[in-house]
Write a protein that binds this ligand. Sequence first.
Ligand code: ZN
Length: 240
Amino acid sequence: MIDITKAEVNTLVQLQKAETERVEIELYLKGVEKEKSLLELQLTDFKTALDKLKNDFEIIRKACMDSELEVKLNDDRIEKSSANLKKVNSKDYAVLLREIDNNKKRRDTLESLYLKNLEEKEAKEKELKEQEEMLVQLTQQIRSQQDDIDIKSVSDRERLEEHKRHREKIGETLNPHILSRFNEVAQISGGLAVVEVRDEVCRGCFMNIPPQLYIEIRRCTHLIQCPHCNKILYHIESLS
Ligand SMILES: [Zn+2]
C-alpha cells in the first residue's frame, strides 16, 4: 500500500484535470487530422479516375492510328493494282480488277471504322483535358482547405503542449510511486486515472464501494483504487 497525504490527493486531482484536458485536445486534434486525410482521399480518388481516363484515351488513340494506317495501306494496294493493270495479260487483268473492286469495297468499311475511332478519340481527348483542368482546381481547393485546418489548429497544438508541460510540472511535485501509479492507471483507462467517490459510489464505473474501503478513502492516508475499475479514488469532502 502506498501512503498518501491530503495534499498529495489534492495534487492528484489537479493532475487528473490536466490529463483530462490533454486527452480532450488530443482527441480533437485527431479528428482534425482525420478531416485532412479525408480531403486527401478525395484527391486520390479523383487522380485514380483520371488515370483510368488517360489509359482509355491511350487505347483509343492507338486504335485510331491503326485504323488510319489500314485505310492508307488499302489505298496503296488499290493504287498499285491499278498501275499493274497496264502491264498484265487479259487473264491476270480480270484477277486484278476483282482485287481492286474488293479493296474499294473494303475501303468503305475501313474508313467508317477510322472515322468512328477518330470521333471517339476526340471525345476522350476533350474529356481528359476537362478532367485535368478540374484536377488542378480540386488540388488547389483541397490544399487551401487543408491549410485552413492547419492554421485553425495551431492554437490547439500550442494548448496541447502547454497542458503537457503543466501536467509534467504537477507530476514532478508528487511522490514518484504515486505518480507512476497514476501513469499506469491513466494509460490503461484512456487518461482517466483519478475519480471521485460520492455516496459510496465510484464515479468511474458507478459501482458501489464496500463500506470498509469507503471509510479508508475518507481517512485519506493510503492510495486507494476502485476494486471494480482500478481507478484511484478520493472523497472531495475529506480533502478540505
Ligand atoms: Zn470504479
